[in-house]
Design a protein around this ligand. Structure first.
Ligand SMILES: Cc1ncc(C[n+]2csc(CCOP(=O)(O)OP(=O)(O)O)c2C)c(N)n1
Length: 320
């Protein structure tokens, strides 16, 4: 592991920020304060964090309906994100999009996306632009195990491989596509096996180990930047909550849930940091408290922001 103390502590902070953002949303959603659907990233924090720690601002990500973690890891503004989730005018899309439509092109965030599997062709297109313009940038497409059954997955891998595009396909296999466990929709164990059908490398890693994710993503991103083409990475992880807030997740076996909670990526990293003497428990608690305070500020900002004027319905409309 060639990660320095500061890098590991930065990743810890990022993971705690995502955890605090999502935990706060559990609370405010239950209180009826936010409109629309929210799909939370609790339990999957190591994936977005480990991947995005390898990216530069000029690089692109395409996200999913479960996008808050990706957006935070790529540097998304917490206040603008929270305001968007609250549906307020100060949000990323003036409150018109909500959780699943947050984008920040200046930061290379090509958008969360309510359409399952839609991020892969978007990232492939962005990677084509990077290659065509010779910018040296790369694109990463995040998607779930469910999305890996879509035609967009197969078409994107095929094209990206054939044209050697600088893109990484990052499958977050959290074991579930809504209430369907992986074995009910796929006759394979490792989604990374699908890479061989397209002549590209495929690797499966422990998605709850941020260092393992960082290293696998780092190798794939370096390969893409060098012009050697795409990689498929499968990160095996687990979502702690239901598919969306309001789904009790009763289809999960409580024993599986219990086992996976023991593999929670944040306490795992904490243990590692303490063992390496990179921080004391007090210092880790302080970092966590700072991230929680930042989220409180974001909520205050969102709650103090105005609701959109109904006339705004007719602006930013590009097709009818
Ligand atoms: C094209 C399309 N088909 C179906 C849906 C309904 N839908 C929303 S989330 C979801 C499951 C996605 O599962 P997965 O890709 O594994 O992502 P996860 O929710 O586990 O992060 C489905 C089928 C959709 N939004 N878009």
């Amino acid at each position: 592991m060639d990660l320095k103390k500061e890098q590991l502590l930065d990743m810890y902070k990022k993971m705690c920020t995502i955890r605090a953002f999502e935990s706060k949303i559990v609370e405010i959603f239950a209180a009826g304060k936010i409109p629309g659907f929210v799909h939370l990233y609790l339990g999957e924090e190591a994936v977005a964090t480990g991947v995005c720690a390898n990216l530069e601002t000029k690089d692109y990500i395409a996200s999913t309906h479960r996008g808050h973690g990706h957006l935070i890891a790529k540097g998304g503004d917490l206040k603008l994100m929270m305001a968007e989730v609250f549906g307020r005018t100060t949000g990323y899309c003036k409150g018109k999009g909500g959780s699943m439509h947050i984008a920040d092109v200046d930061l290379g965030i090509l958008g969360a996306n309510g359409i399952v599997g839609a991020g892969m062709p978007i990232a492939t297109g962005a990677a084509f632009a990077c290659k065509y313009k010779n910018t040296g940038a790369v694109a990463v497409a995040f998607f779930g195990d469910g999305a890996s059954d879509r035609a967009t997955f197969h078409e994107s891998l095929n094209l990206a491989s054939t044209w050697k595009l600088p893109v990484v396909f990052l499958c977050e296999n959290n074991g579930w596509a809504i209430s369907n466990s992986q074995k009910t929709h796929q006759n394979i164990t490792d989604i990374s096996d699908r890479a061989s059908g397209y002549g590209i490398p495929g690797v499966s890693v422990d998605g709850n180990d941020v260092v393992a994710v960082y290293e696998a993503a780092g190798a794939a991103i370096e390969r893409a930047r060098k012009g050697d083409g795409p990689t498929l990475i499968e990160c095996k992880t687990w979502r702690h909550r239901g598919h969306f807030e309001g789904d009790p997740g009763a289809y999960k076996d409580p024993k599986d849930q219990e086992e996976w909670l023991k593999k929670d990526p944040i306490p795992r990293l904490e243990k590692n940091l303490l063992k390496l003497n990179y921080a004391t428990q007090d210092e880790l608690n302080k970092i966590k408290a700072e991230t929680e305070a930042e989220i409180e500020e974001a909520v205050k900002f969102a709650e103090a922001s105005p609701q959109p004027d109904p006339k705004e319905l007719f602006t930013d409309v590009y097709a009818d």
